[in-house]
Design a protein around this ligand. Structure first.
Ligand code: GLP
Length: 235
């Protein structure tokens, strides 16, 4: 793994955005995997600025997001589709037909998950996948467990994750119990991975991810088995 320490959050965001922008310059028709959470917000804002400055062009780019809460429609302010629209897609020249997220309202989640995998394959696979990391080591919404999931699937969220994400929800709202997430296998099939982590509360899990045993009890540790991973973090 290529591990880079940024000076601070602003530096991390700029470095991550330039990293992604470089891939977009190399291949204007690239397929990007995007993530949500608070960490990528700065990266998206920097990418939007690069787009406004004419440095990068999203018009031919295809995106697949990692995950979506199950039970939230795309216009719900806590849905990941809403987040992506607010933080990036509405700010850049993406074509709506090139934007892909799991459907949080899918009546047939298993069918929707299989369809998501098919769409990724038909797009030629994800070239660069951006990841954050949960404080319990989850990537996407792949929670610690007994095995690595192979494909996009419906999962139960852990109490720890619901507690961590409750800050985004109002006092009268509850965090959904379930989510649809790319599987660990889906993530590992990306050509390249960029994982970003912000803050001293992520240092312990980063150490386990990079230096600990590869185990589904720390889902991100599987990235040790991928041959093209860059980590940018700051404390
Ligand atoms: C959520 C997302 C993850 C993300 C994690 C960390 O649970 N499903 O993809 O990595 O939050 O979020 P944050 O960046 O806010 O710490």
């Amino acid at each position: 793994m290529n591990v880079i320490k940024a000076k601070d959050y602003e530096d991390l965001s700029k470095k991550a955005a330039i990293f992604i922008a470089a891939r977009m310059v190399q291949n204007p028709r690239c397929v990007l995997g995007f993530a949500t959470g608070s960490t990528p917000e700065g990266t998206y804002s920097e990418l939007a600025a690069l787009n406004a400055a004419g440095v990068v062009d999203f018009s031919e780019v295809t995106t697949f997001n990692l995950d979506e809460y199950y039970g939230l429609p795309g216009d719900h302010p806590q849905s990941y589709r809403y987040f992506m629209n607010e933080k990036l897609f509405s700010l850049v020249n993406m074509r709506s037909e090139n934007i892909n997220l799991p459907d949080g309202m899918a009546a047939d989640p298993a069918g929707d998950c299989a369809d998501y995998e098919r769409r990724i394959r038909e797009a030629g696979g994800v070239g660069l996948q951006l990841l954050g990391i949960g404080r319990n080591g989850h990537i996407g919404f792949n929670e610690p467990g007994g095995e690595f999931s192979r494909e996009t699937c419906l999962v139960e969220l852990t109490e720890d994750t619901k507690a961590a994400n409750a800050r985004f929800f109002g006092a009268d709202e509850t965090v959904p119990e379930r989510a649809i997430t790319m599987g660990i296998g889906t993530i590992m099939r990306a050509g390249e991975i960029l994982l970003i982590a912000n803050g001293s509360n992520k240092l312990e899990i980063l150490d386990k991810m990079i230096n600990g045993p590869v185990t589904p009890t720390v889902p991100a540790s599987v990235l040790q088995l991928h041959n093209n991973v860059t980590v940018i973090y700051c404390d």
